[in-house]
Design a protein around this ligand. Structure first.
Ligand SMILES: [Zn+2]
Length: 261
């Protein structure tokens, strides 16, 4: 909304109330009036979920090559790196939640739309395999536009790779938790994001495979209200539960206790 001073005044996209940066940050990047969940980047999420100073990153220096020699991809990666302050679209590490150790993975939509290329696939797989090896629960926050087109077939292979790593974790009898964040779509939804023991979602998150416009164009029918939102996916059985941010730490801590054998 433009004010008299010509400055852009931000408002909440859900309730239209004023956007007060401090109040939103204090409410874990949610609207204090209506609870709308703004997108959150990995550093803020780590601060909101992990015990202070407990997060230790691993596989931090993996960087993508240009496996199909696509022109301009290296430049795009460098731009994304500068913008998101990350080397690719996922951060993985170990941490504790209420003193309980686990492996935490966090995707960023800022880095090329959270797309899954070979680095995201490798880091997610390593996190899952480390969980199996060290018998540590794995928690991953997903947000993704899908496979990274710039890596062609190598991106699609990450779906099989992360899925088999999730199967190893399952075989080891170690719990796997997912929190689907806005938006989680494409190859991430179609692989590890739907393979967890408990699939949580943030309120209002868009969750699906193809986007609504593609589906409408294909089936030539208009889609129901709220299609592909977390609440709709809960009703349809794709999601086990919707957990608002303020409750996530407590609920995940309880889930870790419940799954401890
Ligand atoms: Zn609001």
């Amino acid at each position: 909304m433009a004010t008299k001073t010509g400055k852009e005044e931000k408002t909440c996209p859900h309730c239209g109330g004023p956007y007060d940066e401090k109040a939103v940050a204090a409410a874990l990047m949610t609207c204090p009036a209506c609870g709308y969940h703004y997108r959150m980047e990995p550093p803020e999420r780590i601060a909101s979920i992990a015990d202070p100073e407990s997060f230790v990153e691993f596989s931090a220096n993996l960087r993508s090559l240009n496996p199909i020699d696509l022109s301009g991809y290296e430049e795009k990666l460098s731009e994304a790196e500068a913008k998101a302050q990350m080397k690719d679209a996922v951060v993985t590490g170990t941490c504790t939640i209420e003193g309980k150790p686990l492996i935490l993975g966090l995707m960023s939509f800022q880095f090329m739309g959270g797309s899954m290329g070979s680095v995201v696939g490798e880091k997610v797989s390593r996190a899952l395999l480390k969980g199996a090896e060290e018998r540590l629960p794995v928690l991953i926050y997903t947000t993704s536009g899908g496979a990274r087109m710039q890596e062609g077939i190598f991106s699609l292979m990450q779906m099989a790779k992360t899925s088999s790593a999730a199967a190893e974790l399952d075989k080891a009898g170690v719990p796997f938790f997912i929190v689907l964040c806005d938006p989680t779509t494409g190859g991430v939804t179609a692989s590890f994001a739907m393979l967890a023991d408990v699939i949580m979602a943030e309120p209002g998150a868009l969750i699906g495979f193809a986007g609504p416009r593609v589906i409408e164009g294909t089936i030539r029918q208009s889609l129901p209200e709220g299609f592909q939102r977390a609440e709709f996916q809960l009703e349809k059985g794709f999601v086990d539960t919707i957990v608002p941010r303020r409750d996530q730490r407590r609920i995940i801590s309880t889930l870790i206790d419940l799954h401890r054998s």
